[in-house]
Structure formats: C-alpha cells, structure tokens
Design a protein around this ligand. Structure first.
Ligand code: URA
Length: 210
C-alpha cells in the first residue's frame, strides 16, 4: 500500500504510517514527494539489512553512490563502517543470526543536491519514515552516527563529542552516539574513539533484552 504524497504535501504523519509493514513502508518512501529532494534524486534509499537485527545504525543522508545504487553507506564511508562492524562480528547481510546483524538507515531517504547538509524542514518531513522503521525493527541498540542523526533522534544540538560515552534513549531503546564514518575518513585520529563507542554499544546491546 503506497501513501500518495503530492510535491509540497504535508509530511506523512506518523499516524498515517502507523499500520504499515516493511513492504508498504518501503513503497511509501519510494513514492514520497513531500519535499523538493524528490526532484533531484535518482531513487529513494530506504535502508538495508536484516529486519530482525538487534542493531540499528543511523546516518545522515544518501550520497552520490547511495543515490545511484539505492542502498545506504555503499561509498568509502560505508566501506569503513562495514569494516568496523565486521571487527565486532556484525554485518548488514539480510540472512543470519539477529544478534550479529545490523539494519542501516538514514535520517533522510533522498540525496541532498551536491551532498549539502539536510535542511530542518527536510528532516522533519522525513522523520516519520525513520520512526516507523524503528517501530518495525524494534532494535536492542541504536547507533546514531553524526550530528544529523543526533538531532533527529535526541533533539540535541550538542556536539557529538559531548554526547558520546553514555547511554541515551530513543523511545526506550538504548542509543549510543558516535562519529560519522565520513568524519572519520577526514579525521583518522578519531577512529580509536569511534571504536570505543562501538565496543560500548556492543556491551549495551548484550545487556538489552526485548
Ligand atoms: N553518509 C550517510 O550518512 N549515509 C549514507 O548512506 C552515505 C553516506
């Protein structure tokens, strides 16, 4: 069931998405024209991974490669992310044990032109999709990577560096803040801190139950 939205239409209210299952939600995202990003995108980028994964990893917005391939984090930042996850025995593969699987999504489902920062109104319009993904996945741990994921989920403008190292919550789900992998590519000295964050998140995930 697609949720038809005309360009400039109001955001898909969370209530409009409330009953949607994964295929219906994916179709609603694919058909979304609520903001102008629909005009420049090649395709929407819904998310990838195991729909029962214990881990939910959230980034910012699709970049060029993601827009072309329809999958989040497939460029250089994604390759770094995959390597870090693999070091903890975690994978975005759809099949496999839920405890070793991650689901990866973004705060925005469409690429901003020239990879500019997401705008507040774009984030607000896209947010119900992410909320429904979180409801459907019911993860044991959320890893919020970078300031836009933090803004969307924690409503905080504090720098990532000030928010990491402790357990936050999003609607009762433990949430760990860490650096965005694109930032790590630019600032490799921070990789050790990001690794600490992942290990911290793994400990929290192990302690979490349904
Ligand atoms: N950066 C993101 O935040 N998300 C992607 O999917 C790719 C790069």
């Amino acid at each position: 069931m697609a949720v038809p939205l005309a360009t400039g239409a109001a955001a898909p209210a969370a209530t409009a998405l409330a009953g949607l299952d994964w295929p219906a939600l994916r179709a609603a995202v694919a058909g979304c024209t609520a903001c102008s990003l629909c005009q420049s995108r090649t395709q929407t980028v819904f998310g990838v991974g195991n729909e029962a994964a214990h881990w939910l990893v959230i980034g910012e917005a699709p970049g060029e490669q993601e827009d072309l391939q329809g999958e989040p984090f497939v460029g250089p930042a994604g390759q770094l992310l995959d390597r870090m996850l693999a070091a903890l025995g975690l994978s975005r593969a759809a099949e496999g044990p839920a405890a070793q699987r991650v689901y990866i999504a973004n705060t925005l489902k469409c690429r901003p032109p020239r990879n500019r920062n997401p705008m507040p109104e774009e984030m607000a319009l896209c947010e119900p999709f992410l909320q429904r993904q979180i409801e459907l996945l019911h993860p044991r741990i959320i890893l919020a990577m970078g300031r836009f994921a933090v803004q969307a989920l924690l409503r905080s403008d504090e720098p990532v560096g000030k928010l990491r190292g402790r357990v936050h919550h999003y609607r009762g789900v433990p949430l760990i803040v860490t650096y965005h992998p694109a930032y790590l590519l630019r600032s490799p000295a921070e990789k050790a801190r990001a690794w600490d964050d992942l290990c911290f998140a793994a400990g929290v995930a192990e302690g979490a139950t349904d």
